[in-house]
Design a protein around this ligand. Structure first.
Ligand code: NAP
Length: 302
């Protein structure tokens, strides 16, 4: 069934992938705070700072969504650590407004949390594990989760692992896009060996989110790939796939990088629940990279 989806963070990395994967199935009412040069048959843009709750409320009642997919956030972990007030107002405050609107009108809310809510001491986290974030970004995501769980009736909390993929625009929070641009300039690319993740690709993630927009699953879901790897190994696999020499990836020592917020060591996520609930298959990194390349559009990756 076609839905009307209010998509926050429309100009961001993940939301761009959701728009691409929608393939005109649903009507997308995308919100962003600046002009976004993307058009589509069933896509409408709304320019809005989500912290303006009166305007957000007005928009919500105008577009009458069936589902909200809430990707908008201050997603830069180091920025959040320093700019706590703005991180709190966007990541927590806006979520609160959306929860109120969903409750008043019985609308489904899909909230983007993160693997960063865990302390990284054990890895292989399941949905029932207790969050204990190490940085301020993770704390805002936990606060958002609590508001959603306590306030909403029809909710899904998605916890994506590290997301690998290409942005629709040459912007946003895609580490793969930054990596490709550095490789093109002949630079070495530093990635930590200490940080362990279970990367999920942006195409699979978007397909899973659209599936969740259309089904009636309620609860928390870890959206992660099947592999558990260090960020160094992830980068090496990507670089090899793109045809660059793997030794361009060098070890990054997080403890000597100044201005970097604390990162959890191993926040790999167990994706067994996602594999049992969703029709969208969760992939190994090698399969995910093939899928990203298949969906690269006109972009030159080498
Ligand atoms: N990328 C990952 O590896 C990863 C992993 C786990 C979880 N997540 C979560 O997944 C979600 C999507 O991440 P992403 O990588 O797509 O992040 P992103 O590229 O930074 O996108 C976030 C979007 O939110 C928008 N936004 C921020 N403040 C806003 C405001 N006040 N009003 C309107 N729009 C606002 C941003 O717009 P501007 O650009 O104009 O500021 C941006 O377009 C986030 O909730 C993030 O925390 C991401």
């Amino acid at each position: 069934m076609n839905r009307t989806i209010l998509l926050t963070g429309g100009g961001g990395f993940v939301a761009g992938n959701i728009i691409s994967q929608n393939r005109s199935r649903n009507i997308i009412e995308a919100v962003e705070q600046r002009e976004v040069p993307i058009t589509g048959e069933h896509l409408t843009w709304h320019i809005l700072d989500l912290r303006d709750s009166a305007q957000l409320r007005h928009l919500f009642h105008r577009v009458k969504p069936d589902v909200i997919i809430h990707t908008a956030a201050i997603s830069d972990i180091d920025y959040c650590e320093v700019h706590r007030e703005i991180a709190e107002s966007v990541n927590v405050g806006v979520t609160g407004t959306l929860v109120d609107l969903c409750v008043e009108s019985d609308v489904r809310l899909i909230y983007f949390s993160s693997d960063s809510i865990f302390n990284g001491q054990k890895g292989g986290y399941v949905e029932e594990d207790i969050p204990e974030p190490l940085n301020f970004y993770g704390r805002t995501k936990v606060a958002g989760e609590k508001i959603v769980q306590q306030g909403c009736r029809n909710w899904v909390i998605i916890r994506p692992s590290l997301i690998t993929g290409l942005p629709l625009l040459d912007a946003g929070n895609s580490f793969l896009w930054r990596l490709i641009n550095e490789l093109k300039q002949g630079k070495k690319v530093p990635f930590p060996k200490e940080e362990i993740r279970s990367p999920v690709d942006s195409v699979t993630l978007s397909r899973a989110v659209l599936e969740l927009a259309e089904n009636d699953f309620k609860g928390i879901l870890h959206l992660a790939g099947n592999d558990t790897l260090t960020r160094f190994e992830i980068a090496r696999q990507i670089v090899r796939k793109l045809g660059y020499p793997p030794d361009l990836v060098v070890d990054k020592k997080p403890q000597v990088t100044t201005g970097r917020a604390p990162r959890p060591r191993d926040v790999s996520l167990n994706n067994a629940k996602a594999r049992s609930v969703l029709k969208t298959p969760m992939l190994d990194l090698a399969e995910a990279l093939d899928l990203i390349i298949e969906n690269k559009g006109g972009r030159d990756l080498c």
